[in-house]
Design a protein around this ligand. Structure first.
Ligand code: BTN
Length: 251
């Protein structure tokens, strides 16, 4: 169907041709926006990735958007929303015919390369969340990437999945709203976790966990009920990883 059947996600969409960063703009005006408002731009001149990196966001080549959320939760519960976003992106893209996977917790992978990243920015006080800006970048039509990232990045078109950006956005809104409402209203994480497990790029694989300068090789076992990554060390110790940079061998 070509309708947007959501209750609040994407009810209001603020569209730009060009902007520095949809996340920065959303953060600036978040307090005056209703929950579910989406800032989307055809181009970002200062697109931000995680860990202070740049996010290439050329005109008309992708989906560069931020969803403003105002859940009544304690800050501790916020990181799970990144998993909800990842699960909705993968569901949306795969329903349209792609075969994407989630590289827990922030990246979406297609044919071993990154096509999408999530940048969640939280504004909170000690006991409550003010707002969350959920930034989503998806490489849709990009055919050439700059040299530094050409080995690790790809786009849907480049991998021969020619789908419309409007269809992708609509699907993400619908998938996201369902999983988000389950979590916020009913504390139900089951569907999200099942998608994260089923479409995981790392469960069953050896990965490097990066903490500062130290690398550790571990076997990735599962994503647990809290959304944390469960891994086994070389000494057969089972550990839980909450977040942080995880780099994967071979990806
Ligand atoms: C990453 O993988 O490092 C996260 C990338 C997030 C990019 C999106 S594009 C829309 C939003 N605005 C930004 O400046 N960044 C996010």
């Amino acid at each position: 169907s070509h309708e947007l059947n959501t209750k609040f996600i994407g009810n209001k969409i603020i569209h730009f041709n060009t902007i520095a960063s949809t996340n920065d703009y959303a953060k600036e005006i978040a307090s005056s926006l209703e929950e579910g408002t989406v800032i989307i731009s055809e181009e970002q001149t200062k697109g931000k990735g995680r860990l202070g990196r740049q996010w290439h966001s050329k005109i008309n080549e992708g989906i560069w958007m931020s969803i403003v959320l105002k859940p009544d939760i304690i800050p501790y519960k916020a990181p799970f929303i990144t998993l909800i976003a990842g699960a909705s992106i993968v569901s949306a893209l795969n329903k349209l015919g792609a075969n994407t996977l989630i590289k827990w917790p922030n990246d979406i992978i297609l044919n071993n390369k990154k096509i999408s990243g999530i940048l969640t920015e939280l504004s909170a006080e000690i006991e409550r969340v003010n707002h969350i800006v959920l930034g989503i970048g998806i490489n849709v039509k990009t055919m050439e990437f700059s040299q530094e990232i050409s080995d690790i990045a790809t786009s849907l078109y480049k991998e021969d999945f020619k789908m419309s950006r409007v269809d992708i956005v609509r699907n993400i809104f619908m998938e996201f709203e369902e999983l988000y409402m389950d979590y916020i209203n009913n504390n139900c994480k089951e569907k999200t976790l099942n998608i994260c497990r089923k479409y995981s790029a790392i469960i069953g694989k050896d990965i490097y966990t990066l903490k500062g300068d130290s690398k550790e090789l571990v076997r990735c076992l599962d994503i647990n009920e809290d959304g944390n990554l469960v891994v086994q060390t070389k000494d057969k110790i089972i550990k839980e990883i909450m977040s942080g940079e995880v780099s994967i061998r071979g990806i």
